[in-house]
Design a protein around this ligand. Structure first.
Ligand SMILES: Nc1ncnc2c1ncn2[C@@H]1O[C@H](COP(=O)(O)OP(=O)(O)OP(=O)(O)O)[C@@H](O)[C@H]1O
Ligand code: SF4
Ligand SMILES: [Mg+2]
Length: 317
């Protein structure tokens, strides 16, 4: 359904060109949850902004192809793109409060979105708005439509954002760190809500997180990103049972084990992620890699199929 081929996105910073996403390719088929995971600064948000073409003014897609249901997204007019954004491809962000307008009631905002995408009367749209709030488990939805964003908890605001993003029944929902500002219990509720909605609405989800633990239970396919490149991809089984790339292995070791009988502390990945202003030569993970070979500093490995769905970009394979 979504086909990303050799996508590279750059930013102009002073007189330098900074590559935030470098030659990445992946597909999102129908009714599939694809997880995109990587440390802060790896290029996850820039990937989603590139797909939707909502990059900041100093950013641009330098090369590559983006196809949505066979249409070349990069050849569409602004108007055609707007039709797809929000209607066919929905988006939810990390901070729900920044996406909700504080001066309008939740009902106003939902009704406006519904009327934009569906040919309905305001009365009918209000009914649909209440049913959407019910779908995302907001109690007493009829009354709560008249409340303002500040009258809801942060977890509830995230549910309302989800209600807004599914109002047009999108076929793909891009969820960029949808649980990052929430505590663990609410995180689990939001993820299970997304999972239920996925089945109910038959949609695909691109679930973005820096936390492999979040991605683990909810994805059909996982992409691991490091400094603008996809370094490993595969099914959850591939990634968790036999991780190949030393970066993925390190990410897995850094997940805390929630079992009081296991005394093993999570292992942090050595060093910081380098700046994309100053990318390491060869394999970008080499300054932090415990298994680096002499070749690794000089040549960058490409993402190759190792077995069936499992791909890795590493000279060890
Ligand atoms: N407007 C911008 N100008 C310059 N560089 C930018 C801009 N936006 C993003 N970048 C750079 O692009 C790189 C990728 O950023 P991105 O926001 O995609 O990371 P991320 O993986 O989403 O991280 P996080 O987990 O913190 O959200 C970073 O190095 C970032 O500094
Ligand atoms: S290519 Fe080399 S440096 Fe990069 S992850 Fe593999 S072993 Fe480590
Ligand atoms: Mg981000």
């Amino acid at each position: 359904m979504l086909d990303v081929q050799n996508l590279s996105t750059v930013f102009q910073v002073h007189s330098h060109e900074v590559t935030a996403v470098d030659q990445i390719s992946f597909q999102i088929p129908e009714k599939t949850v694809v997880g995109l995971v990587g440390e802060s600064g790896s290029g996850k948000s820039v990937t989603s902004q590139s797909i939707l073409q909502i990059l900041p003014p100093n950013g641009q897609i330098k090369s590559g192809q983006l196809h949505w249901k066979g249409q070349d997204l990069m050849q569409l007019s602004r108007k055609e793109l707007q039709q797809i954004r929000g209607k066919e491809i929905g988006m939810i962000f990390q901070n729900p409060l920044s996406a909700l307008n504080p001066v309008f009631t939740i009902g106003n905002q939902l009704i406006e979105t519904i009327c934009l995408h569906q040919n309905t009367s305001p009365k009918e749209a209000r009914k649909i708005a209440a049913s959407l709030l019910k779908k995302v488990n907001i109690p007493d939805p009829e009354t709560r439509l008249d409340d303002y964003p500040h009258q809801f908890s942060i977890g509830m605001c995230q549910r309302i954002m989800i209600a807004l993003s599914i109002a047009s029944r999108p076929q793909l929902l891009i969820a960029d760190e949808p649980t990052a500002s929430l505590d663990v219990t609410i995180q689990a509720q939001i993820l299970s809500l997304l999972n239920d909605l996925k089945s109910e609405l038959n949609m695909s989800i691109l679930l973005i997180s820096h936390d492999l633990g979040v991605i683990a239970q909810h994805c059909d396919h996982i992409l691991v990103m490091y400094l603008g490149k996809i370094v490993e991809s595969g099914s959850p089984q591939d990634i968790f049972k036999s991780p190949l790339h030393p970066y993925t292995q390190a990410l897995i070791k850094s997940i805390p084990i929630p079992d009081p009988n296991i005394k093993q502390a999570p292992e942090l990945i050595k060093g910081d992620i380098p700046s994309p202003m100053n990318l390491p030569s060869g394999c970008r993970f080499h300054p932090r890699c415990p298994e680096k070979l002499s070749k690794c500093e000089k040549e960058c490995p490409s993402l190759n199929t190792i077995k069936n769905t499992h791909k890795a970009a590493c000279w060890l394979y």
